[in-house]
Design a protein around this ligand. Structure first.
Ligand code: B16
Ligand code: MG
Length: 217
């Protein structure tokens, strides 16, 4: 049996949300917008462009496209500066064990992320070679909950949606998997991710026998 396992990046494989937050903070404080760590939840799984719009809405600021483009570049440069020192220690607990088990069982592995910086992150953390296909913010036009990112990944792997399993930490990502008729696995809190078929607090809670059952289904 061969299944396709589709991984989101931020919040699933690595915790880059903290770097996104610091980088957006810089823009927000420059614009005198109060942007808290709680507000940052709204940006998880959301594209860069939409994230800026959300922050501007928080501050009730209307801006020209020119200004927005400038801030988007500035934000990304700041974000990239936090990634310089990234290495395999930033991979979230339990993820390596699952990736290694999937490889051992010769399963297909894909990345399905909204980020345009996904490849350098996978390179820096040393796991690029685990992925049979990488679909990221550079490849999609419709953001999650649109299933586009996962559908492209499944297509690249020649896999039917019913044989695809998605790991996601965002509500929009779980919805995307469900709309795409894939098996959704939420990584995080039950109260947030209740739409997922299965929910785990983190990857250390996922046993190899659970994965084996998914492969065998
Ligand atoms: P970038 P994911 C998402 O990653 C992040 O959760 C989200 O906060 C970010 O705005 C988005 O990537 C775009 O990232 O600015 O690097 O293109 O969870 O879809 O892996
Ligand atoms: Mg995510």
């Amino acid at each position: 049996n061969k299944k396709a396992f589709l991984f989101d990046l931020d919040g699933v494989i690595v915790d880059t949300a903290k770097y996104h937050y610091l980088a957006w903070q810089k823009i927000a404080s420059k614009l005198n917008i109060n942007f808290t760590i709680k507000d940052n939840e709204l940006l998880k799984g959301v594209s860069r462009v939409r994230s800026l719009d959300i922050i501007l809405e928080l501050g009730n600021i209307k801006a020209s496209q020119e200004d927005k483009n400038k801030w988007l570049i500035e934000k990304n440069e700041e974000y990239l500066s936090y990634l310089v020192n990234m290495d395999k220690n930033e991979i979230l607990p339990g993820v390596m064990k699952v990736l290694d088990f999937l490889k051992e069982k010769q399963q297909l592995i894909a990345l399905g992320s909204a980020s345009k910086n996904a490849r350098p992150i996978l390179e820096k953390t040393g796991i690029l070679h685990y992925f049979d296909t990488i679909v990221d913010g550079n490849d999609v036009t419709n953001a999650k909950p649109d299933p586009e990112v996962f559908l492209i990944a499944a297509k690249n792997l020649n896999t039917e949606a019913k044989n695809a399993i998605v790991f996601e930490d965002s509500v929009a990502g779980i919805q995307a998997a469900n709309i795409g008729k894939m098996t959704s696995i939420g990584i995080g809190e039950t109260k947030t991710l209740h739409e997922a078929k299965y929910i785990f607090e983190n990857f250390t809670q996922i046993s190899t026998s659970f994965i084996e059952n998914l492969i065998g289904e």
